[in-house]
Design a binder for this molecule. Structure first.
Ligand SMILES: [Zn+2]
Length: 374
């Protein structure tokens, strides 16, 4: 098969996966720092809490902590990344490097989220946090362009579901909506903190005709997904992977969707699936058993995402490599996931359409035609 690797029907190799245009909707800024940057900023700002001072060992520590199955250790990883994201310079640097890293990985459009309320310990205001991150994204887009990659990044402002600042953060997202912020999100532990606690924020955003996604259905299951959609009015589901609990596959292979799963598919509700992250948190046992295989076969609006690149030791290319290895996906499958994601982005319709027709489809067409020129 090596000589027709580029055909639409062929399984792409790692190099092609990296070169293929990709779209990322679910990525946490505080989950994607370069280990060397964490070490640098910790030194500059006098943060002495890091478990390792060597970047390579620190990177390994993050992956192991996230893999450990211990929620305490998993949360500790974010305490360290947030600790080095408390100054304007640090936020600009982290955001710029995020854009560069995604662009070098072949991502052409990304929505990257962060919680402004977690970056106030150095005395910045919520507005200063948003402006610093925006500046970093723009700088990263410029550097990526200079290095031969085009990427566009939109920010999502996250409110923490255990805190009580969601309306304030929603207002902040609305104030910066034409200035680099494309939407809003709620994140944090699902159990005990249902999204309905933040109804005022969601109702505000709906009145403002603004967009939001909600972390739901990662660990907590169908009630969380149902609330996010039918009570809160989420445009997309952060994860949403537990929708699988409402899909019944009989022994002869016939599939029956429950009312909620049918609604999600019929209404084309985007699922921000994050396979590797789900394996670490135990939401799926293996790539082969990950619901993404069935959800793709059933034509749900499934998208592929990284969640936390540092903690999961992942990238968009690595996520696709695992899926290609497991499900024998082709360039056509990759394009399907990528177009799904672009259709589901929070930027205006005409821009999404142009990204699909002028960037994504030509990119895949180029890769698929390469076998002709050997
Ligand atoms: Zn997430």
């Amino acid at each position: 098969m090596a000589d027709d690797n580029g055909r639409a029907t062929a399984v792409p190799d790692a190099a092609r996966i990296r070169r293929a245009p990709k779209v990322l909707l679910h990525d946490h800024l505080d989950g994607g720092l370069r280990p060397a940057t964490i070490v640098d900023i910790a030194r500059e700002t006098g943060y002495d809490g890091l478990p390792e001072s060597d970047p390579e060992r620190l990177g390994a520590w993050f992956r192991e902590a996230a893999d450990s199955g211990s929620l305490e250790r998993y949360l500790e990883t974010f305490a360290h990344t947030c600790a080095v994201m408390q100054t304007r310079d640090a936020l600009v640097r982290v955001a710029a490097e995020c854009a560069e890293d995604l662009a070098a990985d072949g991502v052409v459009y990304a929505e990257v989220r962060y919680a402004p309320e977690q970056h106030l310990q150095g005395g910045l205001s919520l507005e200063q946090v948003v402006e610093a991150v925006n500046e970093g994204f723009r700088e990263g887009e410029r550097r990526a362009h200079a290095a031969g990659h085009r990427i566009r990044i939109g920010a999502l402002l996250t409110a923490m579901r255990h805190a009580a600042r969601s309306l304030e953060i929603a207002e902040l997202a609305n104030r910066y909506r034409d200035l680099g912020v494309v939407g809003f999100d709620i994140a944090g532990a699902e159990a005990g903190f249902p999204p309905t606690r933040h109804l005022d924020a969601f109702e505000y955003l709906k009145r403002e005709n603004n967009h939001f996604t909600i972390h739901a259905g990662e660990a907590f299951g169908l009630p969380s997904i149902w609330q996010a959609l039918q009570w809160c009015g989420a445009d997309r589901l952060g994860h949403g992977v537990r929708i699988i609990d409402d899909i019944h596959v009989a022994e002869d292979g016939t599939v029956k969707l429950g009312r909620l799963a049918a609604y999600v598919r019929d209404k084309r509700i985007p699922l921000e699936l994050c396979p590797t992250s789900n394996l670490q948190t135990g939401a799926a046992a293996s790539y082969a058993e990950h619901p993404i295989g069935l959800l793709r076969r059933l034509y749900f609006r499934a998208t592929v995402n990284t969640d936390n690149r540092l903690m999961s030791g992942t990238s968009m290319s690595r996520e696709f490599e695992e899926l290609v290895r497991t499900f024998h996906y082709t360039l056509d499958d990759m394009q399907w996931f990528t177009v799904n994601a672009m259709k589901s982005a929070f930027i205006p319709f005409d821009e999404r359409l142009a990204m699909i027709n002028e960037v994504i489809k030509p990119g895949y067409a180029g890769l698929k035609s390469e076998w002709l020129f050997r």
